[in-house]
Design a protein around this ligand. Sequence first.
Ligand code: FAD
Length: 478
Amino acid sequence: MPIVRPEFLQPPLSPDLIARLTAIVGDKYAVTDAEELAQYLTEARNLFHGRSPLVLRPASTAEVSAICKLASEHRIALVPQGGNTGLVGGQTPHSGEVVVSMRRMDRIREVDTASNTMTVEAGVILQTIQRRADEADRFFPLSLGAEGSCTIGGNLSTNAGGTGALAYGVARDMALGLEVVLADGRILNGLSKLKKDNTGYDLRNLFIGAEGTLGIITAAVVKLFSKPRSVQTAFVGLKSPADALKLLAISQAEAAGSLTSFELLAEICVDICLKHGTDIRDPLAYRHPWYVLMEISSSRDDAAATVEAVLDRGIRNGFVGDAVLAASLQQRAAFWKLRETIPPAQKREGGSIKHDISVPVAAVPAFIAEANIAVAKLIPDARPVPFGHLGDGNIHYNVSQPVSGMTTQEFLARWQEVNAVVFKIALRMGGSISAEHGIGVLKRDDLPGVKDKTAIEVMRGIKALFDPLGIMNPGKVL
Ligand code: FAD
């Protein structure tokens, strides 16, 4: 199991302070009841269990500001929380901190189709932004498995990636401006719609990916994009990750910027989805060791023709074994459902040691091959379940426990050992130990070993500047 070593212990809050914090949001929106608190203290995978005397649910930037001001006056540690879908324990109060849940700040302040921007509060659910963009005949491309429950504030704070990053970039690339409440309660109003603004240091980008350690994001201006006129999705059977790389090269040559997703799945991913998922069908008639789920979204009516041209080249060159094109929106949704079923299906297979690795795209086949060998040496019957965003070089190199001969507890006790060998291979290839999920507490103690020493020093300096009392999400990232 990941080890959480809280470096900060929140002294118990006096009844007077609890009452003063409660007064800011109103009784109805301050949670102290143990049963109601529970949903804020554990997360989707049930890996992290926190404790907190109080969850505050502010409705406005002014309320967040008042909370931070009082917290800094009395040195009360705060943990910002959005949809609570984060995968590295960043949103969990590990040491009795007060949770600031942003879910009530869920207003869309403005849709500006002339500037192609939307101004949203931090607690707006990602899927709501996608739908609102669609209604305005625009497209918001950030997309991930948790989009029905994660918030834009959480997406920006983790700099989320997801399945559209290949063409549109990560959350950072979709933000123009931010409104942030600093640790001392001051409001940094950067809700700019400008693409060009060279007036000094880029403060916005410091908060994106900071995982709530520098301040609380209360609102953002995000970019809207043109809706693609045609979309085609294919599910392709292949022999190896090396063949998937060849298919990627052909796809990029044929489709250029229109290649919007390129997901790699090992055969075991399809096996477990068929076994545990509901309404999941094998898209292809025959089994293959590897699969690619690819999507082309074009501003013209040529997505289907482009996918066909790509697959035709793959078949003629002898490395595409089998492929199916989505014949309807339902079939497209079924392909994506299979992809999104992998994490819950893997949970049903028992213990899983997770990785969120990125390596240069060309190194992905070698990374998977070497990691498989290294893991097999450590735990011979462990089952690697690699899948992820091949187009970005981002592989969720997860490892499921052996089918028999080991309890979940025994398997998870090897977490650090398995991490160590997998990280070592990724780093040797010029990769990262956290491509898109962040550091949180899960990888906090690994960071100093893998990040440039000067970079860590500068990060500590920035943290001290924005949060001199260390009350913003203590014990996370650094
Ligand atoms: P939370 O989990 O509540 O918080 C995450 C972090 O952000 C914490 O450190 C928290 O303190 C901080 N935070 C939250 N809101 C604020 C705020 N307003 N101001 C300051 N700090 C804040 N991630 C990807 O990148 N790509 C994927 O493809 C992907 N797929 C996923 C699939 C599933 C099934 C699940 C469960 C998760 C997945 N994730 C993925 C991880 C997760 O969904 C993202 O990290 C998401 O961006 C978190 O948003 P959230 O609102 O749930 O944030």
